[in-house]
Structure formats: structure tokens, C-alpha cells
Ligand binder design. Structure first.
Ligand SMILES: *Cc1c(COP(=O)(O)O)cnc(C)c1O
Length: 229
């Protein structure tokens, strides 16, 4: 059996995204693909840029900052970096140097550090999703959905942060539909106070088609495109 190439895996995923969008009566233009390039070297995002992809997701600052630097040296100004993992406050300063979109804003201490670092440069901007914890385990990343409005008010108070919407990772051993429905409901709640924060970051390699059915606008897809590592 010959292994598929990166281009073939990317095409296959994009075809599946199109079919799922059609099935959900949604426009493909409203769905953004973020290719999660974690655990891969800078060669991968560079190859994906050649294939026309420019949105890349990472989950560890040390790895991401080095990779973003290498990519920008070889292909300046094209890659758009999304930080999708749990973020320690002491990594905020570094993360802001390359990240356009933070998908994992999930607690007050992280927001406080973001406010502090962003205030150092009035020109700097960050787009962010509030990550929800859909599990019963408080040690998992993400905000308790019952605190969403209260936390969103604090985020909205900083004009340097553009709140895009909510983000969620489906819990293990849970029917994805159950969690996608909860994310969609949280999105409605958020839009009551921030109508423009209408985006939903949800859907990974194993469940992105279902996520599209529940309104996901930003798919974070790794292994289905990049292969295992
Ligand atoms: C790794 C990761 C993904 C991508 O997962 P795949 O199953 O490889 O598609 C998406 N979101 C987050 C937060 C991740 O850490």
C-alpha cells in the first residue's frame, strides 16, 4: 500500500469539509481550516504554504515560536499562527510575538497577563476564542461554561483583544454531538452580549464533519492532514 502524499491528504480533508458543509446547508467560505502542525518541523507548514494553506495551529510555545521564526525566514509574512493549547501565563509574552489567534483563553489570570503584555504596545492586537471546559474535570483546560458571560465581559473590556467566539475540545468517551450542542448553545449565550463574537472553534480529525453540522467555523485539524508522528 502506498502512503498518500500531504497534498492528497489535504485534498481528501477539504473534500470532506465541502461535503459536510453542503449537507449542513452552509457555505464553504464560512469555514476556516486551521492545520495543526504541532510535533512536526517547519518543513510541514512550509510545504502547506506551497499548497495554499496559511493557517497553522500549535499547542506549545517553545516549539511554536522556533517554528514560526523558521517559517517566516523562508517565507515571510504568509503564515498565520493559531495557538490552540493550554497556555501558561509566563508564556504569554512569547506567544504574542507570533500568534494572530489564541483559541485557549480560559481564565482570569491568563487574561490579566494578556492585558499587561498588550498594554506595552498600543498597536498590538490579538484575536481570541474563549475555551470552554466541557468535562467535569476542573484540571482540564477551559472555562466552566456557566462563567462564560461574566468572563466575556472582562475580555470585551480590552479593545486590543478581538473576541471571536467560543472554542471547545470534545471530551473523551462522550458522543461528540452532545458536546458540539453544548458549544453551540454557549455560542448563543455569548452572542447575547457580543453579537460579533459569532465564531466557533471546534472539530478535529476525528469529528470535524459533525462539528460542521453544529456550526463550527474554525476547524483545527492535525493528523488527518499531517499524518501521524
Ligand atoms: C492536537 C490538537 C488538535 C488536532 O488534533 P487532530 O486529532 O490531530 O486533528 C486540535 N485541537 C487541539 C487543541 C489540539 O491540541
Amino acid at each position: 500500500m502506498t502512503e498518500l502524499t500531504l497534498a492528497q491528504r489535504l485534498e481528501a480533508v477539504k473534500d470532506r469539509i465541502s461535503s459536510a458543509a453542503t449537507k449542513a446547508h452552509r457555505g464553504i467560505a464560512d469555514i476556516e481550516l486551521v492545520v495543526v502542525t504541532k510535533n512536526h518541523s517547519a518543513e510541514l507548514p512550509l510545504a502547506l504554504l506551497e499548497l495554499g494553506e496559511s493557517n497553522f495551529g500549535e499547542n506549545r510555545d517553545q516549539e511554536a515560536s522556533a517554528k514560526a521564526r523558521l517559517v517566516s525566514e523562508q517565507n515571510p509574512g504568509r503564515a498565520i499562527w493559531h495557538f490552540v493549547g493550554q497556555l501558561q501565563s509566563n508564556k504569554v509574552k512569547s506567544m504574542l510575538e507570533y500568534t494572530a489567534v489564541l483559541h485557549s483563553l480560559d481564565r482570569t489570570s491568563l487574561l490579566t497577563e494578556l492585558n499587561k503584555q498588550l498594554a506595552k504596545d498600543s498597536e498590538s492586537r490579538l484575536q481570541a476564542f474563549i475555551e470552554l471546559n466541557l468535562t467535569a474535570d476542573p484540571n482540564r483546560g477551559g472555562l466552566d461554561p456557566s462563567s462564560l458571560k461574566e468572563f466575556a465581559e472582562l475580555v470585551l473590556a480590552n479593545p486590543q483583544i478581538q473576541l471571536l467566539g467560543v472554542m471547545g475540545v470534545v471530551g473523551l468517551g462522550v458522543e461528540p454531538e452532545v458536546d458540539f450542542e453544548r458549544i453551540a448553545k454557549a455560542s448563543q449565550v455569548l452572542m447575547e452580549i457580543a453579537p460579533e463574537a459569532k465564531f466557533i472553534s471546534a472539530g478535529m480529525s476525528g469529528d470535524f464533519e459533525e462539528a460542521i453540522g453544529f456550526g463550527a467555523t474554525h476547524l483545527r485539524i492535525g493528523t488527518a492532514i499531517t499524518g501521524n508522528r
